[in-house]
Design a protein around this ligand. Structure first.
Ligand SMILES: NC(=O)c1ccc[n+]([C@@H]2O[C@H](COP(=O)([O-])OP(=O)(O)OC[C@H]3O[C@@H](n4cnc5c(N)ncnc54)[C@H](OP(=O)(O)O)[C@@H]3O)[C@@H](O)[C@H]2O)c1
Length: 234
C-alpha cells in the first residue's frame, strides 16, 4: 500500500473488530497517530499496548453525552483530525420485529452515527479541510424483511453521506462512501452467508479508495453488479 508522505491524525470509530480493526492495523503500521473508539475495553486496551501511535477511547456512540465529551477531549488533545473513518454499526436479524432490537439498531446506526458524523463534519468546516469516510452497506439499497431497521438505517446513511457530498462541493472537505456487500466479520453472521468476501481484500480496496479520495466504493465487483441491478431493476 502507498506510503503517505506526512503523519496524519486519524480517527476510527468502531475499530475494535472487523473492517475498522483491519484499517487501524494498516494506518498504525504506517506511523500515523490513530485515535480508536469502541465499547469493548479489553480490546481497546490491547490495541493501546500494541502501539504507541494508537490512542484508545472507550465510548458508546449511541450515548450522545458520552460521545460529545469524548469528542471535546479529542479536539482539545489532538487539535486537528485529517481523516475520520466511521465504521461503528450494529445489525441483527429481527424476523419477529422485536421493538427493542429495532430501536437499539437505530440508536447506533442513525442517532449516534449522525451525531458523530455531523460533529466530524463541523470540525472539518472549522479546520477548512478533512476527509470523512462512512461505511454504509449494499443492504441499504433494498428493503430487507429479516432485518428492517438495519437496511433502513443503512439507507439513511447512504442518503446522509450523499447530502454531505453535495454540501462539501467547492470546499477542501472530502466525503467518501464505502458500500460493502457481505464481508467476513462478526457482522456477516447477522446478514446472511452468501458471497462473503475476505476482510483483508476488502480493506485493501478501501485503503486504495481513501488514498484516491474516491467519492464512492462498492466492494467487491460482484456486489457492484448486484448494486447496479438493485438500483436499476428493483
Ligand atoms: N460485515 C459485513 O458483511 C458488512 C457489510 C456491509 C456493511 N458493513 C458495515 O461495516 C461496518 C463495520 O462492521 P464490521 O463488519 O467490521 O463488523 P464488526 O466487527 O461488528 O465491527 C463493528 C464495530 O463497530 C463498533 N461499534 C458497534 N456499536 C458501537 C457503538 N455503539 N459505539 C461505538 N462503537 C460501536 C464495534 O466495537 P464495540 O463492539 O467494541 O463497540 C466494532 O468495532 C458496520 O457499519 C457495518 O454495518 C458490514
Amino acid at each position: 500500500m502507498r506510503k503517505q508522505d506526512y503523519n496524519m491524525n486519524i480517527l476510527i470509530i468502531g475499530a475494535t473488530s472487523g473492517i475498522g480493526h483491519t484499517l487501524w492495523k494498516h494506518y498504525d503500521s504506517m506511523g500515523h497517530c490513530v485515535i480508536v473508539i469502541g465499547r469493548r475495553k479489553e480490546l481497546l486496551d490491547n490495541m493501546g499496548k500494541e502501539s504507541e501511535n494508537t490512542h484508545p477511547i472507550l465510548c458508546d456512540i449511541s450515548n450522545i453525552t458520552t460521545f460529545d465529551m469524548a469528542w471535546e477531549n479529542i479536539i482539545h488533545q489532538y487539535g486537528r483530525i485529517d481523516l475520520a473513518i466511521v465504521c461503528a454499526g450494529i445489525g441483527e436479524l429481527n424476523l419477529k420485529l422485536d421493538v427493542e432490537t429495532e430501536l437499539s439498531t437505530l440508536s447506533v446506526n442513525v442517532i449516534g452515527w449522525t451525531n458523530a458524523v455531523a460533529s466530524i463534519y463541523g470540525l472539518f468546516e472549522r479546520q477548512n479541510f478533512g476527509h470523512i469516510v462512512t461505511i454504509t452497506s449494499i443492504g441499504g439499497m433494498q428493503p430487507t424483511p429479516i432485518a428492517p431497521s438495519y437496511s433502513a438505517s443503512k439507507s439513511f446513511q447512504i442518503n446522509y453521506t450523499k447530502s454531505l457530498q453535495h454540501k462539501s462541493k467547492g470546499t477542501n472537505i472530502v466525503v467518501t462512501e464505502i458500500r460493502p456487500g457481505l464481508v467476513d466479520t462478526r457482522m456477516a453472521k447477522g446478514e446472511g452467508l452468501f458471497w462473503v468476501m475476505p476482510l483483508e481484500k476488502v480493506c485493501h480496496r478501501i485503503v486504495k479508495a481513501i488514498d484516491n479520495k474516491q467519492k464512492r466504493l462498492i466492494v467487491t465487483r460482484r456486489w457492484r453488479i448486484l448494486n447496479f441491478l438493485l438500483k436499476h431493476l428493483a
